[in-house]
Design a protein around this ligand. Sequence first.
Ligand code: C2E
Ligand code: MG
Ligand code: MG
Ligand code: MG
Length: 288
Amino acid sequence: AAKAAGRNRVRTFTTDLRYAAERKALLAGELRTAIDAGQLVLHYQPVMYLPTGECSGVEALVRWQHPERGLLPPGEFLPAAERQDLVAPLARWVLGEATRQTAEWSRRGLHVVTGVNISASHFATGTLVDDVAEALAAAGLPAEQLILELTETSVADEPERAAAQFAALRRSGVEVSIDDFGSGWSSISQLINIPTGVIKIDRSLVAGIEGREGSAEAAIAAVVGLAAACGARTLAEGVETAEQLARAAALGCTFAQGYHIARPMPADDLERWMSVWRRAPHLSPSVP
Ligand code: C2E
Ligand code: MG
Ligand code: MG
Ligand code: MG
């Protein structure tokens, strides 16, 4: 009986795998048209400036409003974009929409700096600098209001090419942040060779600061020190509790972001959230 059950499990498992593969293939086929059909949306998550408690920044996070499947998180379709050479078209849409929205907020009196995630392969295409310049020009947005979030891998693959693009971006006034720092094999030598504005400390480290043994705290303190030496600032990612927020501030992080402050939300909700937050920045975490 145990054997039969085992076989059944295997069968279910392979069926699940096949189903997952089919689902992925289907999504990949639809993604191309989804970009043109306006099915992508950006949600924005507030970024808190710890010294004052103000939120003057947001991170733009892409979602796919799928006609049948509902709102899909990026993890469900970014891999398909990578396989299908859709990284640059998707990034152009994200850059265009994020800069347009940020400029519109400015006109309405809400000044924020917006972070946009850039995938490593876009960095490798060599069109990134032009794509960014075009988006800024089309939106009429000052470069200072845009931050590009890159992961360490984008830098690690082709350091020389990366350095040239970093330099060009810096000249244009766009700041660069390193995303998910501490999640992989972070290379300190690369970090000191690129002009980084903000180091985003990965959620896995931030989650550890409530632990008793203190090694995550030591690691964060070290990253804060490293950042200071490079002229960069730090942001604690994935802050989910009041204690994590307090510890991140005590450890010298400049910014914090996470569900404890606010979840990513549609542009309209963000405007309302910001106006509530402004009236009582320290008293109203997690406004729905
Ligand atoms: P990321 O850039 O590190 O973004 C942070 C992710 O953590 C987001 O997930 C956000 O919703 C989630 N998050 C924020 N605060 C918390 C928290 O307190 N707890 C937990 N558990 N999670 C939190 P999301 O939106 O699913 O995005 C996942 C990843 O997809 C992003 O990680 C980024 O690497 C990528 N991504 C998102 N939007 C874009 C985009 O427009 N272009 C590209 N190339 N990648 C994107
Ligand atoms: Mg990011
Ligand atoms: Mg991150
Ligand atoms: Mg991430």
